[in-house]
Design a protein around this ligand. Structure first.
Ligand code: TXA
Ligand code: MG
Length: 339
């Protein structure tokens, strides 16, 4: 057991955090999407410890975080023109681009692939940490593997206390779901591997073709080769069973719930929905941005409340809302009640 230090977003504490990264230790830090569990992306042993701390399968590659475009050429061996246009438009921000990797990124970091996912986060504490550490930082979400991604320093502590050197507290994450992950099938074709706040529509002006991977909508067979290894694994789920209910309106949802009650049942509703008599309900917003912000937070709250089954109002599948839909379906193992 290590003692995990809780650091604040101050110059002194950022200096301590950066020194820990330089010493090869693991430091969790805030980004605008979710908290990341960081280590020097070039150091095999440190990166191996990320996988250990999370209990993450070794074939699931990590995202490497950079603070400036100078670092891009150090870790990607080829950067197509389109990547520069997207960087210009969306970085710093919640977009991860998968590109061929340089040799300085070891195979543990890339999950054995010859590509690497790269992102420039916009959270000031993340940017300062990368700058002060002076290295690209590999960071998956800072949750234990399979659990919802952490959106507060407390969530990280709940999962990682005693397993990592420090947690840098930068407040609650603004976006709430992880970045949009893309790769390029051709120099003009964007393939969305994981939806995020930056949507298909947002990306369309920058490429001849943009499309979303099938694994975002449906469960892929365990033996199938995934374009992004992370899509194979059940993810984001709290201990409670999550069951999305695709109902035409709130009344239909409520009728279903009232006829299918059980012990420790909760509902996760839109803000504009009313309550349901006799059943405890939490709310997670109306717009996609609100729902993204709240979804993982509510999942963790539901576990603290001792929920065993949670019926969830189904989000839309358009624009950035697709990121919420995808996380919810993954948490449910793609099981859904359609009314
Ligand atoms: O917002 C985010 O992306 C957060 C913050 C911390 O930056 N990070 C994050 O990392 O969500 P993680 O490891 O939980 O998810 C990374 C996803 C996985 O699904 C992984 O399979 C995919 O990105 N990925 C990473 N590198 C890849 C590669 N070279 N090829 C295909 N998919 C890749
Ligand atoms: Mg993750």
């Amino acid at each position: 057991m290590k003692t995990t230090r809780l650091l604040q977003d101050t110059q002194d504490d950022l200096t301590i955090a950066a020194q820990l990264i330089r010493d090869g230790e693991l430091v969790a830090f805030p980004t605008e999407t979710v908290y990341g569990l960081g280590a020097d992306a070039r150091r095999e042993n440190s990166v191996r410890n990320i996988f250990k701390a999370k209990g993450r399968p070794a074939d699931n590659p990590l995202i490497v975080h950079i603070a400036g475009l100078d670092m891009l050429n150090q870790i990607a061996s080829e950067v197509p023109e389109i990547a520069f246009r997207l960087a210009e438009a969306f970085w710093p921000g919640p977009l991860t681009m998968v590109l061929p990797k340089q040799d300085c990124i070891p195979s543990v970091t890339s999950g054995g692939l010859d590509t690497v996912g790269i992102r420039m986060p916009s959270h000031p504490a993340a940017r300062k940490l990368i700058q002060l550490s002076g290295c690209p930082i590999a960071a998956p979400s800072a949750n234990r593997s399979g659990l919802p991604s952490p959106t507060t320093a407390k969530h990280v502590m709940d999962d990682m206390n005693g397993r990592i050197a420090a947690v840098l507290d930068g407040g609650q994450c603004e976006v709430g779901v992880e970045s949009t992950v893309i790769c390029f099938d051709t120099p003009e074709t964007i393939h969305i591997l994981r939806p995020g706040l930056i949507s298909e529509e947002d990306l369309r002006p920058y490429a001849r073709q943009v499309y979303v991977d099938q694994a975002v909508f449906t469960q892929i067979a365990p033996e199938a080769k995934a374009a992004s290894p992370g899509m194979k694994y059940k993810h984001y789920s709290p201990k409670a069973k999550i069951l999305p209910v695709d109902a035409p309106d709130f009344e239909a949802f409520r009728d279903y719930v009232l006829h299918h009650q059980q012990k420790n049942l909760y509902c996760l509703l839109f803000d504009s929905d009313s309550e349901i008599d006799g059943i405890p309900c939490l709310h997670y917003g109306d717009s996609g941005a609100e729902q993204a912000h709240d979804l993982f937070f509510r999942f963790r709250e539901l576990d603290e409340l001792g929920a065993e089954l949670v019926y969830v109002r189904m989000p839309r599948q358009t624009g950035a809302d697709l990121s919420v839909y995808n996380r919810l379906m993954r948490a449910a193992g793609f099981e859904v009640i359609r009314l």
